[in-house]
Design a protein around this ligand. Structure first.
Ligand code: HEM
Length: 409
């Protein structure tokens, strides 16, 4: 991995030589001024939305879409100035992934997304639907990261992720029988990698990570380190709901990626199953109630009363405060990780507007119930806040497939 300083040096050099840094040539004034000189995409049957994963995902027996089991997010810095030629190579590289693998959990789900650094470079940060990440709680001091782009990859086969990374950023010259003649690595350097998993048995395979106590009460069926099912249909925004519906960025969505570190000693050792349910969902539920949830969480929407009556409030009931017309506004595609040897979550969420992520995260802080119970502090008895620390945040725009290469260039 190249150091950020070296990359910035290279980039500044390249931009300077070409006389392009900050040049108005990069200021998009509508759709791409110069269309890419490429033949029609042979994979034209794929959905326009890069974030349309649900229809091709496995579902559980209640119809809840299941994320692929393995995830890799490559956070990218541009190594050369944006140009139409670079965009053409990036588009050809993405088409190689599409031709190599089925658009499915067995094959590969992917999206190329664009960060605040990129939009600043092309002079569009003010009009783009992304903005720099912010500190969103008074107990966390995350790194506020900025990248040019992120390649999001997910598959049930971890080998597909490794092969894709080697083809896009290494020297691998064929991918599942497709020859690789354009790589994202021609234009980008990998600044950081985020790896992880979501699925039955996977947390149990990683209990040696820091932050997980000895012999946690996790079973083969558990899909997440904290031991609950997540992503029930009724608690997720639909792909339609998160899609930007008008303007230059229509058809795309926004993506927030944060890294949360988990410390689960007390979670498993100080609390029994019902106490964990109170903190994850709401004190109105028992562990048996939660075991019976199928595709929704039938919460009573009474956080303040719960704070007064039980001196504890749940994560789900707090974040559900930002639903609009009863519908959630975030489509969560988060996954567990042991990056850095420590248990955690890469919280990846899609939403029409990043302000919806920010208001949901503020609802998770639970400041509004602090006066209702002296037992509820910034972290204690306040959902799952006592067990997570936010390490970093970054924001991206996810364009529709046909505009995915260097949008607004
Ligand atoms: C360690 C980190 C986290 C874990 C283990 C976790 C777990 C869960 C679980 C188990 C649920 C309820 C069941 C379901 O998803 O169907 C839920 C709901 C939800 N979570 Fe989280 N979560 C985490 C972090 C976050 C963060 C950082 C946010 C965003 C600010 C968030 C936003 C939501 C939302 C919006 C819902 C659905 C609320 C509704 O029903 O409307 N979660 N989460």
């Amino acid at each position: 991995m190249a150091s950020r300083r070296r990359l910035l040096g290279r980039l500044a050099g390249a931009a300077g030589l070409a006389g392009l840094a900050g040049c108005s040539q990069f200021r998009g004034t509508g759709d791409r001024a110069t269309p890419l000189d490429l033949p029609e995409n042979p994979n034209a049957d794929l959905p326009s939305r890069q974030h349309a994963w649900n229809a091709v995902s496995r579902s559980d027996r209640h119809g809840n879409p299941q994320l692929p089991r393995h995830h890799l997010v490559l956070l990218l810095d541009l190594a050369e100035s944006p140009s139409v030629e670079t965009a053409e190579r990036a588009e050809r590289a993405m088409r190689t992934l599409e031709s190599a693998y089925d658009w499915s959990s067995d094959g590969l789900l992917h999206s190329i997304t664009w960060g605040t650094r990129y939009f600043e470079r092309v002079g569009e940060l003010d009009s783009a639907p992304v903005r720099r990440p912010q500190v969103l709680s008074r107990t966390d001091d995350p790194e506020l990261l900025e990248f040019d782009a992120a390649l999001v990859l997910a598959s049930d086969a971890v080998s597909n992720l490794r092969a894709t990374e080697a083809a896009m950023f290494g020297a691998r010259d064929s991918l599942a029988g497709e020859s690789v003649d354009a790589r994202l690595g021609d234009a980008f350097d990998v600044a950081e990698r985020r790896t992880g998993f979501r699925g039955a048995g996977l947390p149990l395979e990683h209990t040696d990570a820091e932050g997980v106590p000895e012999n946690p009460p996790l079973s083969e069926g558990d899909r997440m380190f904290m031991g609950f099912k997540s992503g029930l249909q009724g608690t997720q925004a639909s792909e339609d709901r998160v899609t930007i519906d008008s303007g230059a960025y229509a058809g795309g969505t926004t993506m927030h990626v944060s890294h949360l570190r988990q410390s689960l000693g007390k979670w498993f050792e100080a609390f029994d199953a019902d106490e964990r349910v109170a903190r994850m969902f709401s004190p109105e539920f028992s562990a048996d109630d939660v075991a019976g949830f199928t595709d929704d969480v039938p919460f009573s929407d009474d956080v303040t009363r719960h704070a007064r009556e039980f001196d504890v409030v749940g994560h789900q009931e707090k974040v559900a405060q930002t639903r609009k017309d009863g519908e959630p506004v975030l489509l969560r595609r988060d996954f567990n990780t042991v990056d850095g040897g420590h248990a955690g979550v890469h919280f990846l969420s899609l939403q029409r507007s990043l302000s919806e992520f920010e208001s949901t995260r503020k609802a998770m802080n639970g400041w509004y119930v602090r006066d209702d119970s002296p037992e509820i502090t910034d972290r204690e008895n306040n959902g799952i806040l006592n067990f997570v620390t936010v390490r970093s945040r970054a924001n991206f725009y996810v364009p529709p497939r046909e505009k995915r290469a260097f949008p607004r260039l």
